[in-house]
Design a protein around this ligand. Structure first.
Ligand SMILES: Cc1cc2nc3c(=O)[nH]c(=O)nc-3n(C[C@H](O)[C@H](O)[C@H](O)COP(=O)(O)OP(=O)(O)OC[C@H]3O[C@@H](n4cnc5c(N)ncnc54)[C@H](O)[C@@H]3O)c2cc1C
Length: 237
């Protein structure tokens, strides 16, 4: 907005923002078309090391697979503990608020990062999303009103009138950023043959998603991933 004082900014013309939920849905569709089967609402209670392969134990019949990729976010640490792996995984929780677009010309066209308030504002089609906040709290805790206030203030401060922030369609989401102490994710072979890991992407899981999957797929298939996989290996813990 012209009336908002702006000291300066960096413009990254090649930067992109995208809707990760929509991407995941389209990816699921593409995988299904190629024969993949999905089992939703089917929690895995434990992993048993079979010979050969890994057994997934849940409410249904145990499922044995030649290769299993563990990518259960914060729940991954508990699933690995019985296999004698103590993963120092911490959940840095944050929020996103998604509001319907109010006035096109007052709304962001792409993504804006406000480093002072540590918030990101993105345009998602007919909606505007603001996200931020960092709490080392347990999952399922009460929403922190002060953090949410900062998000609303940043959104209406930078883009006054751009979003319908008091609409009943506003969605507030609280999620974890599963983080490891050195900041790098854990991608590669697990503690037992057939078990592979893709965990701990912190604040960048969506940005890392395709690259991590590519690297893991190469490792799983015995191909050279084309980059040094050591900094991401389990051995560092
Ligand atoms: C507010 C906020 C803003 C963010 N913004 C960005 C951003 O702009 N860019 C970016 O790159 N990243 C961002 N992130 C980080 C990103 O969301 C995470 O890094 C990413 O979601 C991690 O993906 P994941 O698949 O490893 O884990 P999750 O997304 O946590 O997925 C784990 C999955 O495993 C399932 N699961 C768990 N336990 C079991 C079980 N026992 N059996 C079966 N299934 C199980 C869960 O249901 C879940 O579907 C943000 C995070 C937050 C909280």
């Amino acid at each position: 907005a012209p009336e908002v004082p702006l000291a300066g900014a960096l413009h990254a013309p090649d930067g992109e923002a995208a809707n990760c939920r929509l991407f995941a849905q389209l990816l699921r569709q593409a995988a299904q078309e190629r024969g993949a089967r999905f089992f939703f609402n089917t929690p895995v209670q434990s992993l048993a090391t079979g010979r050969p392969g890994v057994q997934l134990v849940g409410q249904n019949e145990p499922l044995t697979a030649d290769a299993v990729v563990l990518c259960a976010g914060m729940a991954s640490a508990a699933l690995l503990r019985p296999l004698s792996v103590r993963l120092p995984l911490a959940g840095m929780h944050g929020y996103s608020v998604t509001a319907p677009l109010r006035e096109e010309s007052h709304a962001p066209q792409g993504a804006v990062i406000d480093p002072q308030h540590r918030v990101t504002i993105t345009r998602q089609g007919q909606r505007v999303r603001v996200s931020g906040g960092a709490e080392m709290a347990a999952a399922g805790g009460a929403h922190d009103e002060a953090t949410l206030r900062t998000l609303y203030l940043a959104l209406s401060g930078w883009f006054p009138g751009g979003a319908l922030v008091s609409s009943p369609q506003v969605q507030v989401w609280r999620g974890a950023r599963p983080t490891l102490p050195d900041g790098a994710p854990l991608i590669g072979a697990g503690p037992t043959p057939g078990l592979w890991l893709n965990i701990g992407h912190g604040a960048c899981g969506w940005a890392h998603a395709c690259g991590s999957a590519r690297m893991l797929a190469d490792q799983l298939a015995g191909r050279d991933p084309g980059l040094n996989a050591e900094p991401f290996a389990l051995a560092r813990f």
